[in-house]
Design a protein around this ligand. Structure first.
Ligand code: AMP
Ligand code: MG
Length: 505
């Protein structure tokens, strides 16, 4: 099908960029255009998200749109740049990291009135690339697309995926792989590491400009506080306490919780070797590069607090007129993390068990179940989901107890749970509905993601990608339980099980 110039004009992509980061001082970023690729091809445009952003999905999918999404053309009003940042990677400080393979195209204000970054990832080298090629392989792009969209559907604060394209070029990792570019949408790309970048340079003016920008964009209420920077720090700490609690209640393991991957807006960002756990094990680690288990499932709250402590340190020059006062303020702020995390986590667990009222023994009840799940290799997602059937009486226990190596471990726990359910004073059906509302049936299980990647990379077959996206976009629904659906909620068989994930950078 040929396309005339007139057609191209007809579908002209209008982003309506309104850029604010590009107005910040020059030393905050490097202006650099994406590096064009050989043969861009569209994999996917996120139609729903495009509309939420006021963008025309058809225009994005047009030849011109795909050229922009691949970095071959710079859209109208786009001011591409790579953001400078630093970061602690696995505990070691790197003073200059920055977007080594990402490009901030610009910002758009969505229909919700919120300003969003549009960023390409895999769009070629930048001054921050060090020895990297600036590219991304198709596999990690599809993983980020699926997992970030699943997280959004689950109701977790996260960056989103607007589009994915292939480049027609090869990238060289352990093997030769097809190249791809993902377009990511974020409330912003400000990270703990962005603050560390200026703090390490002792650039207090830069730090202040950055903090004022972050307040304006993410914590406007802090601007009117007696101590705005302390209020912003409190805000970041609170959002992360709640974010990690959400991850924990879904069995999500981020995998690379470095300070450069810790967002100031409180969104989940930088999906690399992330995974949803299957058999419950608090020590679970999937990432091939996390050899010490620093970012194991059960360490995530501690890791977040460690990262927030680095943020507080970076902010010290803004937290008080004397060093002593600043330290006192930072310590007070950080002390707020644990109680907020514990409360949010407990509230999340309560709801997973169908409990809307709060009782003394609820934490112990939840901990007891988790302990039995760990001892019995019970699937994290299905155990909670199947409590819905069990809520209607012991005759509904069959599904959940079968997930335990020793089903009697569940039976012993269920006695106390049922006693506690009575205090809710609602019907079993009501409890079941509550449980289904917060415990997903469908998560992007690792072996499913793996199969999606294999089909795309080896056979250019995107059918499995589309299917998994569709299923995980409605994670709480009871889809018609036809034979085709079973594989989407069934845990991996031993020979399908993915025990390690790779960041693939
Ligand atoms: P990540 O592990 O993806 O959070 O990346 C950490 C740092 O390495 C960031 O500064 C990235 O921009 C950079 N990086 C990762 N992969 C590449 C690549 N292929 N080329 C250039 N820079 C990269
Ligand atoms: Mg990163």
């Amino acid at each position: 099908m040929g396309m005339s110039l007139a057609d191209v004009d007809a579908v002209r992509v209008r982003f309506g960029f309104e850029n604010s980061y590009a107005r910040l001082p020059e030393r905050f970023y490097a202006r650099v255009n994406p590096v064009p690729v050989a043969a861009p091809r569209l994999v996917k445009v996120n139609v729903g998200l495009a509309r939420e952003l006021g963008l025309d999905p058809e225009a994005l999918a047009s030849e011109e749109g795909v050229a922009i999404l691949a970095g071959n053309r710079v859209g109208e009003g786009s001011e591409p740049l790579a953001i400078a940042y630093a970061g602690h990677q696995f505990g070691y400080f790197v003073p200059v990291l920055g977007d080594g393979r990402a490009n901030l195209l610009g910002e758009v204000v969505g229909r919700d009135g919120v300003r969003y970054d549009l960023q390409l990832k895999g769009s070629g080298p930048t001054p921050f690339s060090r020895r990297g090629d600036g590219r991304a392989a198709l596999g990690p792009v599809l993983r980020e697309y699926i997992v970030s969209e699943a997280m959004a559907a689950l109701g977790v604060p996260t960056t989103r995926a607007l589009a994915a394209v292939t480049t027609g070029e090869q990238v060289f990792r352990e093997t030769v792989l097809p190249g791809a570019v993902i377009t990511r949408v974020a409330a912003s790309h400000l990270r703990v590491g962005t603050f560390q970048y200026f703090a390490a340079k002792k650039d207090v003016d830069g730090l202040k400009v950055l903090a004022d920008y972050a307040i304006g964009r993410h914590y406007p209420e802090a601007a009117g506080a007696k101590e705005p920077y302390r209020a912003m720090l409190d805000g970041v700490i609170g959002r992360h306490a709640r974010l990690i609690a959400r991850w924990m209640t879904l069995g999500f393991i981020h995998g690379v919780m470095n300070t450069d991957n810790t967002s100031i807006s409180g969104e989940t960002i930088d999906y690399g070797p992330c995974a949803f756990m299957e058999a419950f094990d608090p020590a679970m680690v999937y990432s091939s590069i996390d050899r010490q288990g620093r970012y194991a499932y059960g360490n995530q709250a501690q890791a977040a607090l460690w990262n927030l402590t680095r943020l507080a340190e970076a902010l010290l020059p803004l937290l008080g007129t004397t060093e002593e006062a600043a330290l006192v303020s930072a310590r007070e702020a950080l002390a707020g993390f644990e109680p907020q995390f514990v409360a949010a986590h407990l509230e999340g667990l309560r709801r997973k068990l169908g409990l809307w009222s709060a009782q003394e023994g609820d934490a112990a009840l939840a901990e007891d179940l988790l302990g039995r799940m760990a001892e019995n290799g019970a699937d994290f997602t299905l155990t909670f989901r199947r409590l819905a059937e069990a809520a209607c009486g012991p005759e509904g226990d069959v599904g959940v107890r079968g997930l335990f190596a020793d089903p009697s471990a569940y039976d012993a726990w269920a006695v106390g749970w049922r006693r506690r359910l009575e205090e809710e004073q609602v019907s079993g059906g009501e409890i079941a509905a509550r449980i289904r509302g917060v415990n997903p049936m469908f998560i992007p299980r690792n072996h499913l993601v793996q199969a999606v990647i294999e089909a795309a990379v080896e056979r250019q077959d995107y059918g499995p990608f589309e299917e998994l996206l569709e299923v995980t976009s409605r994670p709480y629904d009871d889809h018609p339980d036809g034979p085709g659906m079973v594989r989407f909620w069934t845990p991996a068989l031993p020979d399908e099980c993915v025990r390690q994930t790779f960041c693939g950078t």
